[in-house]
Every structure is written in C-alpha cells, then in structure tokens.
Design a protein around this ligand. Structure first.
Ligand code: NAP
Length: 451
C-alpha cells in the first residue's frame, strides 16, 4: 500500500480516468452500467444528503430463540421438519427434541442430527408416536429430566392415505387423522402451558377440499380448530394452511408427477424461503411490523390470474365453487393475451373433435374431457381420475350425474343417458359411446364405430 502511494505521489502512476460520479440514489444505474462492462475508467459513488435510497425496513420483531430452552418438533425428521430445524438452530436454538415413530435411523435424519451437533445444538431424537398419550406423556417426562424447559413446539407430523371417501377404509382414515387429531390433543394436554410458541403445520386441504383427502382434511381441520381454541384461552398457537410446497417435504420427495404438471403447481406453490417466513411469523407472533399473526393463516390457494397464466388449465377445480368467486377474478389480466376461458377451451375441444380421423382418436379426446369434467365437479385433482374405472366409483350422486350428462349433451353434442353414464364399465368405455354419438365427430368416423 505504501509503495502504491509512493508511486502516485511521485507521479509515476496516475488516477484511472475518466471517472463518472453517481450518487447513492443512482446506485442501481451505476451497477447496471458496470455489469454490462461497457464503461471506460471508473464509476464512483458519492453520498449526497438529498439521496433517496431504497432500504429494507428493520424487522421490529426479529426471531431470537432462547439458548436455555428446548424446542420440540413433532415429525421434525420429515422433509419440512429437517428444513425448519436448521433455521431454528441458525436463530439461536441450542436444544431441539424430535418426536417420531422411527427415530433418526434414516440417512437424511442421521445427517441432520450430525449437522445440528456440528452447529453446537443438543439435538435428541425420541421415539414417540404422538397419537399415543401414554408414550407422549412418558416422553415429556424424559425431556423434563434430560433437557432444559420446553418453550416451543412445532407440530409437523403427517401420514397420507389418499382415497375416495366412499372407498376409504377405517385404517386409511385413522392412520392419517390420528397423528393430527390424537397427536394434536396430546400435545395440547401434555405440553407446558407457558409455551412461547406453538406452530401447527396444517394444509390448504381443509379449506379448499380435495376429493381423495377427506382424512387429511379432517386431521388438519382439527389442528386449525385447536389453534383457535388455544388462542381463545390465551395459549400460544398458530395454524398454517400450506398448499403445495416446492423443493422440500413429502410432495417434493415423493409425488410422481410430470414436469409439466409440477410446473403448473409451481406457480401456485410456496417455496422454502416463504415457508420459513410464515413459520418465523408464527413463532414471533407478528406477520408484519406490529400486526399480530392470527390463529390461522392460509397460503397457496392460487388466483384466477395464475390459472390464466397456465393456459392449458381451464380452471382450478375449486374455482367452480361459488365461495371462491372472488379468487377466481383475482389478478386476472383484462388485456391478457391468452386468457384461457371456459369458452375458448370448449371451442378448442369441439374443433379437435371435428378434425378427428378415427374413432379411437375421438374417444381419447372425449375421455380426457370427461375425466377433466369429473375432476372439477368432484373437486379432485385430474390425475386422481382413473379412466379404467367407472364414473360411479367417484361417489357421484344423481345431481352430479345429471350435470355431467347435460354437459356431454351441451359441449360434446352427444346424447348419452343417465343409465349409460352409470352403467358404463369404465370412463374409457363411456368415452367411446359418447364419441360414437357426438355430432361433432365426422359422420364417416362415427360410422367406423357402428361397423
Ligand atoms: N409437503 C407439503 O407439500 C406440505 C403441504 C402442506 C402441509 N404440509 C404439512 O407440513 C408438515 C410436514 O410435512 P412433510 O412434507 O415434512 O412430511 P413428511 O416428510 O412425511 O414428514 C412427516 C413426519 O411425520 C412423522 N410422523 C407421522 N406420524 C407420526 C406419529 N404418529 N408420531 C410421530 N411422528 C409421526 C413421520 O416420521 P415417522 O414415520 O418416523 O413417524 C415423518 O417424518 C405436515 O404437518 C404436513 O401436513 C406439507
């Protein structure tokens, strides 16, 4: 450094020229010029008292966890639990207890425990089925002997058994609900009353409904209600109704869906930083500035604008429900280039039927259309409709059968009867019958079916 200044003072080297001066208020412009590497000389930033600069407001309620407290994460060795536990450690947690049925045997769980220990966290995994009150109670007794006082809990257990309600077994119902209902109740009764926070990881399923997840919706509904109940008794609680979580957790690790479908959901899904932001708010009790967190907060319902962006999705299944009429209109671009309205979808469907050259081709188009219609009226995800099964397995009632029959008549221009609809051995077979009778399918193609 001395040598450099000596050279400058001796006039051997000079300042780099030209110099262009920007104020801090113009910082963005300066960096953008520098990024393009088109400038000569040096860009200089100079402060000016009149500068207006963008700044992130200070969080008045930063999360600072207690070093001498224990934080209990029920189901914390699952996908989301592992993610949020690391965030807790980064915010000062030094004692973390995990409750799960299988403990830390799986490689990812083992790796997390090691990572936490490397961060100086006293992380202990307890084998505890949260739905079993005796085991829960004895685990709490162990914790109070082995760890500092429990000051916070996150309920993040989950077991999925998706099935249509009509065909769901008691085991499927019970396996999915017990960790949320009995597990939630045990947590409420057996955890200390003076918790600083109690975060209940719920789902959008109890709000939006989902044809094959009545058990999951019921379990999470219980947690939502528990949050309201606790808050009405001045006990800490906040239920978070998450939708599809991208990147972490069960859905990211297990769901076998096409990239296209994943991309669709990606638009309405929530990503790890936002997940953490909601959990952080639920822990501190404040959502923004001094605005308190309500007992329950939902996310990922999606808006009409998002549905509009996913051009090939006519509407999301829940948008047929008048309760969501407002959300259906939300964000929709009035001048959007290609809003996918029901009318345009129907027009495309009809056009493709008029252009078919074989009956199987027409039947394929009709099969997809009937499956999509059924998924909407039954509030189910389209991929849950198995067209090798009859319509009746989806628990349709006479009103719905009438609606589908009228829709087929109106949109597909085919007169199938109620009996055809109910007695067809599969949706695929119904599609063939519908295509054979559709006035949109060219006559020579339909004749092929009759011969
Ligand atoms: N992933 C998503 O997209 C998503 C979306 C909305 C809401 N959520 C909510 O987020 C939370 C975490 O989900 P995730 O994706 O992390 O699920 P996950 O990976 O399946 O983890 C759930 C954990 O719960 C534990 N568990 C299940 N039953 C239990 C019981 N009776 N007692 C103790 N532990 C039990 C499981 O461990 P053992 O098998 O070892 O017991 C498992 O590790 C859940 O509350 C879920 O409802 C997730």
């Amino acid at each position: 450094m001395h040598a450099s200044f000596d050279l400058i003072e001796a006039g051997v080297v000079g300042l780099i020229k030209p110099t262009t001066v920007y104020t801090y208020g113009e910082m963005e412009k300066a960096f953008s010029i520098m990024e393009k590497a088109e400038h000569m000389g040096k860009l200089i930033l100079k402060s000016d008292p009149k500068d207006l600069v963008p700044a992130i407001p200070r969080n008045p309620h930063p999360l600072k966890l207690k070093e001498d407290a224990t934080y209990v994460i029920l189901g914390g060795l699952g996908g989301i639990g592992r993610f949020l536990t690391l965030r807790l450690a980064e915010h000062g947690a030094k004692n973390i207890a995990f409750f799960s049925r299988s403990g830390d045997v799986k490689p990812k769980a083992k790796a997390l425990m090691q990572e936490l220990r490397d961060m100086g966290v006293n992380a202990i995994s307890y084998i505890c089925d949260v739905a079993d009150s005796t085991v829960f109670e004895s685990t709490m007794a162990r914790i109070s002997n082995e760890m500092p006082p429990t000051k916070g809990v996150i309920h993040a257990t989950m077991v999925l058994n998706d099935e249509d309600f009509k065909t769901m077994t008691y085991e499927q119902w019970n396996n999915t609900t017990r960790n949320k209902i009995q597990g939630g109740l045990n947590m409420h009764r057996l955890m200390p009353a003076d918790l600083d926070f109690c975060v209940l990881m719920s789902s959008i399923a109890p709000i939006m409904g989902n044809g094959t997840q009545s058990n999951y919706a019921a379990g999470n509904s219980f947690l939502d209600g528990l949050a309201w109940h606790r808050r009405s008794h001045n006990l800490a609680a906040c239920a978070l109704n998450f939708g599809f979580i991208a990147g972490i957790g069960w859905a990211a690790e297990n769901v076998k869906i096409s990239d296209k479908h994943r991309a669709d959901y990606d638009l309405s899904s929530i990503h790890p930083p936002e997940v953490w932001s909601m959990i952080e708010s639920a822990i501190t009790g404040f959502q923004y500035k001094d605005i308190p967190m309500p007992p329950q907060m939902g996310t990922c319902a999606g808006s009409g604008g998002q549905a509009q962006m996913m051009k090939h999705i006519e509407t999301w299944m829940h948008y047929n429900d008048p309760k969501y009429a407002y959300m259906r209109q939300l964000d929709v671009l009035a001048t959007g280039k290609s809003p996918t309205t029901t009318a345009t979808t129907i027009a495309l469907l009809r056009k493709s039927l008029t252009q078919t050259t074989s009956l199987p081709q027409a039947a394929d188009i009709v099969e997809d259309a009937i499956a999509a219609k059924l998924s909407r009226v039954m509030f189910m995800a389209a991929e849950d409709i198995d067209t090798s099964k009859p319509v009746s397995v989806y628990g349709v009632d006479s009103l719905i059968v009438t609606e589908i029959r009228n829709w087929i008549f109106d949109v597909l221009r085919s007169a199938v009867g109620m009996a055809d609809l109910l007695n067809a051995e599969s949706i695929a077979a119904l599609a063939v019958k519908t295509a054979e009778g559709s006035l949109l399918v060219p006559e020579e193609v339909r004749r092929e079916g009759r011969e």
